[in-house]
Structures are given as structure tokens and as C-alpha cells.
Write a protein that binds this ligand. Structure first.
Ligand SMILES: *[C@@H]1O[C@H](CO)[C@@H](O)[C@H](O)[C@H]1NC(C)=O
Ligand SMILES: *[C@@H]1O[C@H](CO)[C@@H](O)[C@H](O)[C@H]1NC(C)=O
Ligand SMILES: *[C@@H]1O[C@H](CO)[C@@H](O)[C@H](O)[C@H]1NC(C)=O
Ligand SMILES: *[C@@H]1O[C@H](CO)[C@@H](O)[C@H](O)[C@H]1NC(C)=O
Ligand SMILES: *[C@@H]1O[C@H](CO)[C@@H](O)[C@H](O)[C@H]1NC(C)=O
Length: 260
């Protein structure tokens, strides 16, 4: 019985350790080319439309079937890009990873793999990215000496120029990074919204070209914390049951011993 309890405790501690690790992060090996896109995340088609078989009997469709002309240019695929800005030639001082798309007056414009940081227009607190044919966006970070945050986003997408300023998005301590895998939606003026997912950024101070400890957004926290808590509670309950069973069992043995 004691062995069972010990095994139970070991199982709990092992499981909680395995699942409760939230600060781990995918750090890319530091490269010295200015823009690298190590991983592309292709959007998963979650809603596979189940094609209902046409059960209606009778008249075949008389509609003049015009072959719908396919779009001439292939739509870019959403990509998770990492943008790296350096100072003094070889010292990384701004890292931004994200996949992004823009809604412009209801139309979606995707930032694909072709997106490139414009190093002449960027600095340790500002990322300027060109994408598509003539689109660009920029992220301006600010610091209060202790923390950094995203203050201004500007974009020129499909010739619509939009921006938002005086924000305080993604606040985290200097030398740490801010991460929000769930993503952030940023509303700009002129009916433009920037949608981002798989976000991680670290401006001003980057050690050895790699992201520091990630401070995660609330949306990620709930996702990463709920499962370990549920598992922990379940196993905790199991242990209590084992202990109670043990105590009852011991009392029974004692009773039997006394009655003999
Ligand atoms: C990139 O870094 C390697 C060493 O890490 C160095 O040998 C190479 O010259 C660098 N290339 C550029 C373009 O800076
Ligand atoms: C950058 O390169 C210079 C000369 O190549 C070197 O002295 C310096 O230590 C390097 N800095 C970093 C951060 O690697
Ligand atoms: C901290 O920020 C203030 C302005 O907000 C600035 O005057 C001061 O020099 C900064 N201190 C350091 C150590 O950078
Ligand atoms: C942001 O947009 C407004 C309205 O178009 C404009 O007046 C302002 O200059 C823009 N700010 C920046 C930083 O581009
Ligand atoms: C934003 O979009 C709405 C409808 O989609 C339209 O009525 C409105 O005029 C647009 N505003 C601007 C500034 O384009």
C-alpha cells in the first residue's frame, strides 16, 4: 500500500513537471542574414466542407456553367516570419516573429514568405517590413527603461495608409521577450486591422541574437495552465482516494486483529 502511494506521488510530480513547463520557447539559431523565415505555418483548413450528395431527383441543373476564371496571381500563403535587425553590423538588437495579415475594408491581405525587413528604415526599436507588391507595415517599440511595449503600428496595404499610436501592446521587461502564440489583433484607423498569431518580439536588448525568457500574454496563459491544473487535480484526487482506502484497510485489519 505504501508503495502505491509513493508511486502515485511520483506520477503526479512527473506529470505536472512535464505539462506545466510554460516558459520553454523555440529559439532559432542566430543567423546573420537580416531576414530569415525559418518556419512557415500553412493555414490548416479546419472546416472541410462536407459535400452533401445531391439527393434531389429530377431536373438536372440548367444553369449555364461558366468556368469560373481562376485568380491570375496565386494568393500568398500565411507565413510565420522572423525579422532580425542588427546594430554595429553584427549585433542583433531587435527580433520579431509573427504571422500577420491585414483586413482592409473587409478584404484580407496576407503577409507571406516574401516579406522582408527594410534594414535602412528599421532600427533597434522599429521594424519596417515590405511585403506583397507595394505593401509595408512598421512596428515602433518604446521603452520606459524597465519595460518595452509596442507603441505605434503603421501600414500601407492596398494603397490604404493607416496607423495607430499611443498603444501599449505586448509589455514585457527589457532583455525578456514578449510572446503571444494565440495572437493579437491591432485596430488601425481607416478600417484597417492587423491580425497576428505566433507572435514573439524583443526590441532594444537582445542577448546573443536569441530571444530571452518569454513573458506570455493572458490568452496563452489560460491555454497553457488549464490542462496541467486539471491533470494535477485529477491525480491529487486519486492520491486522496488511495490514502483513504489505505486508512480504511488498516482500520479493518486492526479490527479483525482485535476481534481475534
Ligand atoms: C556570418 O557569420 C559567420 C560566423 O558566424 C561569419 O563567418 C560570416 O562572415 C558572417 N557573414 C556575414 C555576411 O556577416
Ligand atoms: C562584431 O564584430 C566585431 C569585429 O568583427 C567584433 O569585435 C565584435 O565582438 C562583434 N560583436 C558581436 C556582438 O559579435
Ligand atoms: C530612464 O528614462 C528617463 C526618461 O524616462 C531618462 O531620462 C533616463 O536617462 C533613463 N535612465 C537610464 C538609466 O537609461
Ligand atoms: C496616423 O493617421 C492620421 C490620420 O490619417 C494622420 O493624421 C497621422 O499623421 C498618422 N500618424 C502617423 C504617425 O503616421
Ligand atoms: C469603413 O468601412 C465601412 C463599411 O465597411 C464604411 O461604411 C466606412 O466608410 C469605412 N470607413 C473608412 C474610413 O473607410
Amino acid at each position: 500500500m505504501k508503495i502505491a502511494i509513493i508511486l502515485g506521488i511520483l506520477a503526479v510530480s512527473g506529470l505536472v513537471k512535464a505539462t506545466g513547463d510554460t516558459t520553454e520557447q523555440p529559439t532559432d539559431a542566430p543567423t546573420n542574414d537580416t531576414t530569415t523565415s525559418p518556419e512557415t505555418i500553412t493555414p490548416t483548413p479546419s472546416d472541410t466542407t462536407t459535400s452533401t450528395p445531391p439527393k434531389t431527383t429530377g431536373t438536372p441543373p440548367h444553369t449555364t456553367s461558366k468556368p469560373t476564371t481562376p485568380a491570375t496571381t496565386p494568393a500568398p500563403v500565411l507565413a510565420t516570419n522572423t525579422y532580425t535587425i542588427k546594430k554595429n553590423g553584427n549585433e542583433t538588437c531587435l527580433l520579431v516573429t509573427m504571422s500577420a495579415s491585414f483586413s482592409v475594408n473587409g478584404k484580407s491581405v496576407i503577409v507571406g514568405k516574401d516579406a522582408k525587413a527594410d534594414t535602412t528604415k528599421s532600427n533597434c526599436g522599429k521594424l519596417f517590413v515590405n511585403f506583397g507588391t507595394a505593401n509595408w507595415f512598421s512596428l515602433l517599440f518604446k521603452t520606459d527603461n524597465k519595460s518595452f511595449f509596442l507603441d505605434t503600428v503603421e501600414a500601407n496595404v492596398n494603397t490604404v495608409d493607416a496607423n495607430t499610436t499611443k498603444q501599449e501592446i505586448g509589455k514585457a521587461a527589457l532583455k525578456a521577450s514578449y510572446r503571444c502564440t494565440s495572437g493579437i489583433d491591432i485596430k488601425l484607423n481607416h478600417n484597417v486591422t492587423m491580425h497576428t498569431t505566433n507572435v514573439q518580439f524583443q526590441p532594444f536588448q537582445v542577448v546573443k541574437g536569441q530571444y530571452g525568457t518569454a513573458e506570455t500574454c493572458a490568452a496563452d496563459m489560460t491555454k497553457n495552465v488549464i490542462i496541467p491544473i486539471v491533470v494535477g487535480c485529477a491525480l491529487g484526487g486519486l492520491i486522496i482516494i488511495i490514502i483513504i482506502a489505505y486508512l480504511i484497510g488498516r482500520r479493518r485489519i486492526k479490527h479483525r486483529y482485535e476481534s481475534m
